[in-house]
Design a protein around this ligand. Structure first.
Ligand SMILES: Nc1nc2c(ncn2[C@@H]2O[C@H](COP(=O)(O)OP(=O)(O)OP(=O)(O)O)[C@@H](O)[C@H]2O)c(=O)[nH]1
Length: 794
């Protein structure tokens, strides 16, 4: 048996090809260093790592052999960069599909990974799709061929479906960041970059669309360095540009790579064309220099004026990539079937295997502050798996699960750690987009799906051996909402569909407005909600009428206010009596609040019990001496959270608020849970205005791309919408402008942009954060809300 940390040494003795690990002590120690870098954002890992080595389950030789040739990767990018087109090629070259079908292709089949009818009609990816394939790669140094098993998740690019990217990255070990060779780093690229950083996901970059007029890979490499602040260098030089693009120079192994045969299926290696030799030498030197900035071994060689060998270079790229310090940049054109296979070789060579990613869980039996428990991808260890995505399939609920530790078997009894419920796994499948393959068991480090298992997205499963729960993923707050009702008589399918979608997608929320009795759905954008309304019609046969989309405003207090409130009611029979004393205050400063809402830190987390823990709402019980009996404290807490549901300024939920209960009073007969709940709500409403509340609105980062001649119209249009221009870039005949605009000012923008650019402008927007509205607008919102209140209507 071998300890987890001995993996590197063991690998060297057993089977690891030279390109994946340098079998020396230095690679071992580097592995440790990288592990701690990779988990820098997670608490107390360093302390734990030292002690926990003995707690970790040992890996067997079989484990190591399997894990070394296993990769779990995601393909993420800005909308329309070519992720689905690229994944289609990957599936074709790995033999997973027999032919290539294009997104919006003339054959009307559509790409494999866009399996929903809606996706094929709209030509966009809505849900992430999982698949797996095997890739045979030949080591250019040893000439040995190895088979790698790759799980791939293709994620949507549109920001409205950002949760799909979020949950995919949560369970992946590495990613391909796709960029367009013309547009480069776009708004959604920065979002994906942030998400990759949040989950410590190493990435290789792929500059796609090298065949497009205006393709310029060097500008894109530069943008990765400056805009994403990620040290990067190309590992390829293009052979031919734009429509002449026909292959790449491999700078690491010093050779030319071309595609031949049907749809580029054959990879041909050749000498580097003589006219590219100088450029290739300069770019290899640039690669070495960039690596020297982040890797000691290469830095030492550079200092001694020595050139690294191909093996040394390749190992350094791997180390630095896994260490989240560097991104190698590959070039290609998915649509022209050029240089996709070298990217697959790059996935195997430079992205980590499941054992190289440090993963921690929380002990569900201990408080949240207890140190995390590191997991080990050993097949014989107790099972720990995370359900990261739910989907309604033809045969019931399909639950996607990533196994972190142990083995999941068909017919095995497993436990949902949150609910403690026992479940027998009825059916286990490996997913290939909408098709599936039945399997008997799934080992650690793999992704599969179970049928007929009731759970929530984010639940952890175990086999009873350990009681561990995985930490949560970031769930952004909804920015837009609309009222919805069935067209005609409401059937049970109406609520069935809404329940289903809420369970699948944590960014989709449903609530009933108690005053207007309307059902309100909220989400990440108009398209997001539109897709669900359409799915209700198609999948549940429910035609819906929707109201006008409304911005999801929020309220927040900005100052502390003390309360001393008595709730008293005497109406004949038993009375009601409760007294509460304490204060409310903001938890975070304005700046901190903006950080939280922009997702730099997880705002909504799932605690040990699986319940949502809102970091921006907190109740503290500071009562001493029993002035409020302990059995009434939960009622005070409940009342507080109830009061937060609806602020009295505009009727929107209140965030960033802490209530501290310090004192109170009770009556031996008349006090009850109801009385304390009502007393807290009363106290809160009474002093709310003294806590200087403000209304917050979602601010969006808007990116517009249009031909240069329309630049002034576009900027003028954004200015009239009170936008702040934060970046703009002019390329040959196109320009990009990035602005921050309040979502409330963005309604109707697509029509305006179409009109002012003769239909040639495009825009995308993503949620940035919530900010206080201007005082006059706050007054308008308050007045409008007052008119909707029952007393105003009388
Ligand atoms: N010129 C050129 N066009 C490409 C290339 N790859 C993809 N495209 C085109 O770009 C468009 C978008 O491609 P998709 O594969 O749907 O992009 P995506 O990133 O998956 O899109 P979403 O999932 O909706 O974000 C399609 O019209 C493709 O044909 C390429 O290498 N060169």
């Amino acid at each position: 048996m071998f300890s987890h940390y001995n993996l590197a040494r063991l690998s060297s003795r057993l089977f690891i090809p030279s390109r994946t690990w340098t079998p020396t002590l230095s690679s071992f120690s580097c592995g440790r260093r990288l592990a701690s870098t990779a988990t820098a954002a997670k608490p107390k890992v360093a302390e734990v790592a030292e002690e926990e080595a003995s707690v970790r389950y040992d890996l067997t030789e079989k484990d190591v052999q399997r894990l070394n040739f296993q990769r779990n990767i995601g393909v993420s990018a800005h909308i329309d960069s070519g992720k689905t087109t690229l994944t289609e090629r990957i599936l074709f070259y790995t033999g997973r599909i027999k032919d290539i079908h294009e997104v919006r292709g003339r054959d009307n089949v559509g790409a494999k990974m866009d399996s929903m009818d809606l996706e094929r009609e709209k030509g966009i990816t809505i849900q992430s799709a999982a698949t797996f394939c095997d890739w045979m790669t030949t080591d250019p140094i040893t000439n040995e061929t190895d088979k790698y098993a790759i799980n791939i998740i293709d994620t949507p690019g549109h920001v409205d479906f950002t949760i799909e990217v979020e949950r995919a990255l949560r369970v992946l070990d590495g990613a391909i960041l796709v960029l367009c060779a013309v547009a480069g780093v776009q708004s959604q690229t920065t979002t994906v970059d942030r998400q990759m950083r949040r989950y410590n996901v190493p990435r290789i970059s792929f500059v796609n669309k090298m065949d497009r007029p205006g393709a310029n890979p060097w500008r894109i490499v530069n943008q990765i360095r400056t805009k994403l602040r990620m040290p990067a260098a190309a590992v390829h030089v293009p052979i031919g540009v734009e429509d002449q693009f026909r292959g790449v120079v491999d700078l690491v192994h010093w050779r030319a790579i071309y595609n031949q045969g049907n749809k580029g299926i054959e990879v041909v290696y050749d000498e580097i064309p003589s006219d590219l030799l100088d450029l290739a030498k300069a770019k290899r030197q640039e690669l070495v220099e960039q690596l020297a900035e982040v890797d000691e071994e290469i830095a030492d060689l550079v200092l001694m004026d020595e050139a690294p060998t191909n093996v040394v270079l390749s190992n350094a790229i791997r180390r630095a990539t896994i260490g989240l310090k560097f991104s190698p940049v590959f070039l290609g054109s998915a649509i022209k079937n050029t240089a996709v296979q070298p990217l697959l070789d790059g996935v195997c060579a430079y992205l980590p295997n499941p054992a190289e990613t440090e993963v921690n869980a929380m002990d569900a039996t201990k408080p949240a502050s207890a140190p995390p428990v590191p997991l080990s991808p050993a097949a014989d260890a107790p099972l720990v798996g995370l359900a990261f995505k739910l989907e309604e399939g033809r045969f019931g609920q399909l639950t996607y699960i990533r196994i972190y530790q142990g083995t999941l078997r068909k017919a095995q009894t497993i436990y949902n750690v949150r609910t403690g419920k026992k479940i027998k796994v009825p059916r286990l499948v490996r997913m290939h987009s909408d098709e599936m393959e039945d399997v008997e068991s799934i080992g650690p480090g793999e992704i599969c799906a179970m049928f007929g298992v009731e759970c929530r997205s984010g639940d952890t499963f175990g086999d009873g051996g350990v009681n561990l729960t995985m930490t949560s993923m970031f769930v952004p707050e909804p920015v837009i909402s609309l009222a919805i009702k069935a067209n005609g008589i409401e059937t049970p399918n109406f609520s069935r569909a809404l329940n289903r979608f809420q369970k699948e997608d944590p960014t989709f929320r449903v609530h009933i407005d108690h005053e207007s009795k309307e059902t309100i759905i909220s989400g990440m954008g108009e398209l997001h909600l539109e897709i669900y309304v359409e799915r209700m019609r198609r999948e549940y046969n429910v035609d819906c009428v929707t109201g006008k989309p409304r911005v999801a405003f929020r309220e927040a207090i900005t100052a502390r206010a003390n309360f001393d409130f008595t709730h008293k009611k005497q109406t004949g029979g038993a009375g009601q009596y409760a007294k509460v004393i304490g204060y409310i205050e903001p938890i975070l400063s304005q700046e901190e609040m903006q950080e939280v809402t922009s997702g730099k830190e997880a705002q909504t987390q799932v605690g040990a019990e699986g319940e949502e823990v809102k970091k921006d709402k907190e109740f503290i019980n500071d009562v001493l001496g029993g002035s409020v009996p302990s059995n009434f404290i939960p009622a005070v807490e409940k009342g507080f959270y109830e009061a937060l549901e609806k602020g009295t300024l505009s009727g929107n939920p209140i965030t960033n608020c802490r209530l501290v209960l310090q004192d109170g009073g009770f009556h031996i007969v008349d006090s009850s849970e109801l009385a304390f709940r009502l007393a807290t709500i009363g106290a809160f409403r009474e002093i709310y205005r003294s806590a200087a509340p403000v209304i917050l609105e979602p601010i969006m980062k808007v990116e517009v791309v249009a031909p240069v001649e329309f630049q002034s119209q576009v900027i003028g249009g954004l200015n009239t919408r009170r936008g702040t221009i934060i970046d703009s870039e002019v390329r040959d005949d196109e320009f990009t402008c990035v602005a921050e605009v309040a979502l409330n000012d963005m309604f109707g923008y697509s029509n305006q942009l179409r009109g002012s650019t003769q239909g040639k402008g495009e825009f995308s927007m993503e949620y940035k954060n919530h900010m206080p509205v201007l005082p006059n607008f706050q007054k308008d919102l308050e007045d409008a809300y007052k008119k909707t209140l029952p007393q105003a209507k009388k």
